[in-house]
Design a protein around this ligand. Structure first.
Ligand SMILES: Nc1ncnc2c1ncn2[C@@H]1O[C@H](COP(=O)(O)OP(=O)(O)OP(=O)(O)O)[C@@H](O)[C@H]1O
Length: 590
């Protein structure tokens, strides 16, 4: 996908479209149920009113109909959300629109013209841009270089690129859409929110009139999310059309003019936010009521399981990514770490899980100094790990689920006898994981690469939670996971906590990390800038802390965000005495 995209040549700049905003909300009929009829409503009287019409799209993979006669009508100048369970077919549909897949049936109509896209280059030429969840920017290059990259490859390599013109065009785009982005800034120095704007600028620079965003708020702070909404408003006010994939229901109801729900590859209707709510959307997607709250009961904690003291980790350039961090996690406790990606949490977790050795500091696990232990030894001792990057660390993509189910656990006694793997047992175990964690399609022999992102994630979470661990290190366990499965993963985490498992949870989902954690640390530029009881901090305050801004006072006037030396349950305690979590509020329900 990346290579094809980066090769694409397009025109430069873009003119404001002719559409108008605000009308989509009243034009769309409510989808009444799981039929495609709701989508073929009065939404867009004529095809020419639509920026995008995906008409009867069917796309099959071996054994799977990913899109089954799907109809998607997106009015020009509107924001359109695409919702659906994991594996419902959202990515496939957008990949059809972006020229990555050719559908077996159906028409792709962009701006009133039927198109046959052979590649993303064709889609870009037709004014369709895609902003992926993982930004495709070169950190060491400037904004302008990133934007020009791929746009004029021949001239670029011939060093004849007209930098002044590119800078001027970027500034013009920034003025037009109200972006505060400096073309000469180095991407590595920009916040995640600004990097996302660079991606949007890149698409606009190439002439995009339709922008497809894949889970655009997954890595943003609440403040950055508000900024993104402003950007979307500005883009649509000038006639651009936005389609975004999301699992966050409030995002769909808040930011979209219309919401199309996919279910099992079919369209389950298009609704307008005024005529729906989060519970209704969840039910339409999942086919059952979903509890959107987390109930965390108070727990009595046990002995300290993990203890990290004065951990310092340098990144590959020798710069301190983590500076002198201290914390403990006890049995039966969830310690959360909240932070914007790139603030040292990845390096800290790598040190804890044995993927790298800290440059300074000590890690103990069940009382033993494991600072120099290999990853294998830590796994054998009972440490589970849900990694942040499921492709790089979570799964071996060309392996099927049976093979992936015992990754890191091949020597466990239930799977191996005399050094030989007992594949029958492994297969039974895989079937259990697939069933319990609702991995779809339920095919243990399918390669990991053929599963949708959310289903891959559910499988990894299942494998790691069901290892019988004493410590679970879970980084973004529900990223890309739909509401129904997120509910299940949260429940399972709380069950593990109930059983006395120590849990270290890293998440950029603030509602999740607040609701699940017994104690919460905020990491910023490699340090814990605050350690707090999650009940004593609002989501907004947490967002500010994550952006490095200290919260001065709470409603009673006392300080709520003092800098702490580290995260220990209670200074003065040995850490081995029992303590009740969440005792201040008698449990949480958020
Ligand atoms: N390259 C592929 N090969 C085989 N099957 C595929 C391929 N890509 C997708 N599928 C299947 O098509 C179906 C739809 O997948 P898709 O990725 O579109 O879902 P999604 O709605 O985007 O899910 P998620 O929310 O998990 O990202 C799934 O059953 C998936 O396993």
């Amino acid at each position: 996908m990346t290579e094809t995209e980066s090769e694409a040549e397009t025109g430069t700049g873009s003119t404001a479209g002719s559409g108008q905003t605000g009308e989509a909300r009243t034009d769309v009929e409510t989808g009444a149920g799981p039929t495609t009829e709701a989508t073929t409503s009065s939404y867009g009287e004529a095809e020419t009113d639509l920026a995008v019409h995906l008409d009867g799209i069917t796309k099959r993979f071996p054994g799977v109909v990913a899109n089954d006669n799907v109809d998607l009508r997106v009015e020009r100048g509107s924001v359109h959300a695409l919702l659906g369970e994991n594996g419902a077919g959202k990515t496939t549909l957008m990949n059809v629109l972006y020229g990555l897949y050719e559908p077996e049936e159906g028409r792709v109509v962009v701006d009133g013209t039927e198109r046959m896209f052979d590649s993303p280059r064709d889609a870009i030429d037709a004014g369709v841009g895609m902003i992926h969840q993982h930004f495709m920017l070169v950190d060491s290059m400037t904004v302008a270089e990133n934007i020009a990259l791929g746009d004029e490859p021949t001239k670029w390599f011939g060093m004849a690129v007209d930098r002044a013109r590119i800078d001027r065009e970027i500034r013009e785009l920034c003025d037009r859409y109200g972006f505060d982005v400096d073309p000469s800034a180095t991407v590595a120095d920009l916040s995640v929110g600004v990097q996302q704007r660079v991606e949007i600028l890149k698409a606009l620079f190439r002439g995009a009139d339709v922008l497809v965003l894949d889970e655009p708020t997954a890595v943003l702070t609440p403040q950055e999310v508000e900024g993104l909404y402003d950007v979307l408003d500005e883009l649509t006010a000038q006639g651009k059309t936005i389609i975004f994939i999301t699992h966050k229901l409030e995002e769909a109801t808040h930011a979209a003019d219309a919401i199309t729900i996919l279910r099992d590859g079919e369209s389950a209707g298009t609704v307008v936010p005024d005529q729906t709510n989060k519970n209704d959307l969840a039910e339409r997607m999942v086919g059952r009521e979903v509890l959107l709250e987390i109930d965390s009961e108070p727990m009595t904690t046990g002995d300290t399981v993990l203890s990290a003291t004065d951990i310092t980790v340098e990144d590959t350039r020798g710069i301190e990514a983590v500076s002198g961090i201290d914390f403990d996690v006890r049995a039966g406790e969830i310690v959360g770490i909240a932070g914007v990606d790139g603030n040292g949490q990845a390096e800290l977790i790598e040190a804890i899980t044995g993927l790298r050795t800290p440059d300074e500091g000590t890690i103990t696990y069940d009382g033993a100094d494991i600072t120099d232990w290999s990853r294998r030894r830590r796994i054998d001792a009972g440490m589970s790990y849900v990694p942040e990057d499921r492709h790089e660390r979570g799964l071996v993509m060309p392996f099927n689920l049976v093979e992936n189910s015992i990754l890191g656990n091949q020597r466990a006694s239930e799977f191996a006898t005399d050094g030989r793997i007992d594949w029958e047992n492994v297969r039974d175990h895989t079937d259990d994981l697939i069933e319990t964690y609702d991995v779809r399609p339920p095919d243990p022999d399918a390669d990991a690469s053929s599963f949708s992102g959310g289903n891959q994630q559910k499988f990894i979470v299942g494998r790691e939670f069901e290892r019988d661990p004493s410590l679970v290190v879970a980084t973004h366990p529900t990223r890309g996971v739909d509401v129904g499965s997120t509910e299940f993963i949260h429940d399972r985490l709380l069950e593990l906590r109930q059983q006395g498992v120590a849990i270290l949870l890293v998440s950029s989902k603030l509602d999740e990390v607040r609701a699940l954690s017994d104690r919460l640390a905020v990491i910023y530029e490699g340090e814990f800038i605050d350690v707090t009881d999650p009940d004593e901090i609002t989501e907004e305050e947490l967002g500010l802390l994550m952006a490095g801004q200290r919260v001065e006072t709470d409603s009673t006037g006392s300080s709520t965000a003092e800098s702490g030396p580290g995260i220990r349950p209670d200074a003065g305690e040995t850490g081995d005495d029992a303590e009740t979590n969440a005792s201040s509020n008698g449990g949480r329900s958020r």
